[in-house]
Design a binder for this molecule. Structure first.
Ligand SMILES: [Zn+2]
Length: 499
């Protein structure tokens, strides 16, 4: 099924996009939200369950203090106000992966409200306002067996794994973000990227999108340029990578524009994103809002964190990513553009660690953005996935700085490191990569070059000193790049010109 799409640039001539994001983050607590069950990812199905998270009659939940603390820290990092009093509520609906028949969540009294996150795209800052950060529990997982797609359609039977049921889940909801125009897809991506980095810095979750510990629902709507009311939004569910966040907004903008151009109206619905085609397809219609019959959870006491504790948590927050970037930019003397390159290449942390291991910022950047970026690109992997550590890169730069190897030999040493032959210094030893000093061996190579090119020698002696370059090249070739070019030049000058 292929939809009619409008060219992206055309969309912007007639419509203004508004985006909004709901992000679910599984907290990395040892135990579940309301019981003591373990939360290990990938355990045998239904081995991490108990009467509380299975919703058996008579069981009573107790809130996980570590999860409450993590949520408050996330709220503080996003500039939220922490509610002095908040409550859990029951969100009632039936689904096989909800053993209790309701999800314990927060409704009109969330733990954190009114924050914001500033993100930068192409040198412009966009403020994303955070409406709320609340705490709830994850659902179990349905497994549809026997079909070709893993979806329920065509499956023989379905299984339910309750290991995930009751894992603490933080939901971070933005307000609608207007005004991003053509940058809306990138702003959406930048927001999730920054949010993910903040939560990682806080140590609150492993934020692995591919394992589902960070999941995104992306809202997109279009309104005619100059309209005073926003358009009807669609909600694209469970978008599983940063790239997909951007693509899903882009696709919805193009699709909705085609619907509106044809005089149709956008249906308020949830949509599914397809990684392979970059498209979305219709899911459940939301035209009739589901009534979840929320009511306050009678089995849990309200959350009333005291002000002193919140102050303590605020004071103990680590340096957040934005502040860290500003600090490092200053320390390394980089322009905003240079810093953006580093961040976009995913090299910031790697360069920081390489500098900490003794490299100069300039050398560390040169390696990670040059040779190593090229190799990661060739291999189709992230920089951080290369089989070389920041400490080893620092060692390479030290070997160059002390003159043991030149750049070309250092690249050969890197080959060895990536091939698992050990640290750079060891590889230089085992592969015999050290630069040749002014040895007999080098002298012999220089003499051979002179003897092999009498015409060049005559030119040099006749005043064409630049012709010496050909002799340097010949020596570098016979020594397979192991000689130091400046040394070779000096030795040639001595022998040819007698100086
Ligand atoms: Zn349990």
């Amino acid at each position: 099924m292929s939809e009619t799409l409008v060219e992206f640039d055309d969309v912007l001539t007639r419509y203004e996009p508004v985006i909004g994001l709901e992000t679910h983050v599984e907290l990395g607590t040892e135990s579940k939200m309301f019981c003591g069950c373990a939360t290990t990812f990938g355990a045998e199905p239904n081995t991490q369950t108990c009467p509380v998270c299975l919703g058996l009659p008579g069981s009573l939940p107790v809130a996980n203090a570590a999860a409450v603390e993590s949520t408050i820290r996330i709220g503080l990092a996003l500039g939220c106000r922490i509610a002095p009093w908040s409550r859990f509520a029951r969100k009632n609906y039936f689904y096989p992966d909800i053993p209790k028949g309701f999800q314990t969540s927060q409704y009109d009294e969330p733990l954190c409200v009114d924050g914001h996150l500033d993100v930068e795209v192409d040198g412009e800052t966009y403020r994303v306002e955070i409406e709320r950060v609340h705490l709830e529990e994850d659902t179990g997982k349905n497994l549809h067996v026997g079909g070709a797609t893993g979806r329920i359609h065509g499956a023989d039977h379905s299984l339910v794994d309750f290991n995930r049921a009751g894992i603490p889940l933080v939901e971070i909801v933005t307000r609608p973000v207007p005004g991003a125009g053509a940058k809306a897809p990138e702003v959406a991506r930048a927001y999730v990227t920054e949010l993910r980095e903040i939560i990682q810095t806080l140590g609150a979750s492993d934020v692995r999108m591919e394992q589902g510990s960070l999941r995104c629902d992306v809202n997109t709507s279009l309104a005619p340029v100059g309209a005073t009311e926003w358009g009807t939004r669609t909600e694209t569910k469970n978008v599983n990578s940063l790239r997909s966040v951007e693509r899903s907004v882009r696709y919805e903008m193009r699709r909705q524009a085609a619907v509106l151009d044809a005089g149709g109206r956008v249906v308020q619905e949830t949509r599914h994103f397809h990684e392979d085609t970059g498209s979305t397809s219709s899911g459940r219609s939301k035209e009739e809002a589901t009534d979840y019959r929320y009511f306050p959870e009678p089995d849990l006491v309200p959350l009333a964190p005291d002000a002193e504790w919140i102050e303590k948590l605020a004071a103990a927050l680590p340096e957040l990513p934005a502040a860290r970037r500003v600090r490092l930019r200053g320390e390394w003397g980089l322009s905003a553009t240079e810093m953006a390159w580093l961040v976009n290449a995913g090299a910031l942390g790697l360069v920081e660690e390489t500098v900490a291991a003794g490299a100069t910022p300039a050398d560390a950047r040169k390696w990670w953005l040059g040779e190593l970026a090229r190799r990661a690109n060739d291999a189709g992997v992230e920089l951080s996935a290369l089989a070389v550590t920041p400490r080893q890169v620092a060692e390479l730069t030290a070997l160059v700085a002390e003159g043991t190897v030149n750049d070309q030999l250092a690249r050969q040493a890197l080959d060895g490191v990536l091939a698992g032959e050990g640290d750079p210094r060891a590889v230089v030893g085992s592969r015999g990569l050290a630069v040749m000093g002014e040895s007999d061996e080098l002298g012999a190579a220089v003499d051979a070059a002179i003897a092999g090119a009498p015409d060049v020698v005559a030119k040099v002696r006749g005043g064409k000193v630049q012709a010496l370059g050909a002799l340097v090249g010949a020596v570098m070739k016979t020594t397979r790049g192991k000689a130091d070019a400046a040394t070779v030049r000096r030795m040639l000058e001595e022998r040819v010109l007698g100086s």
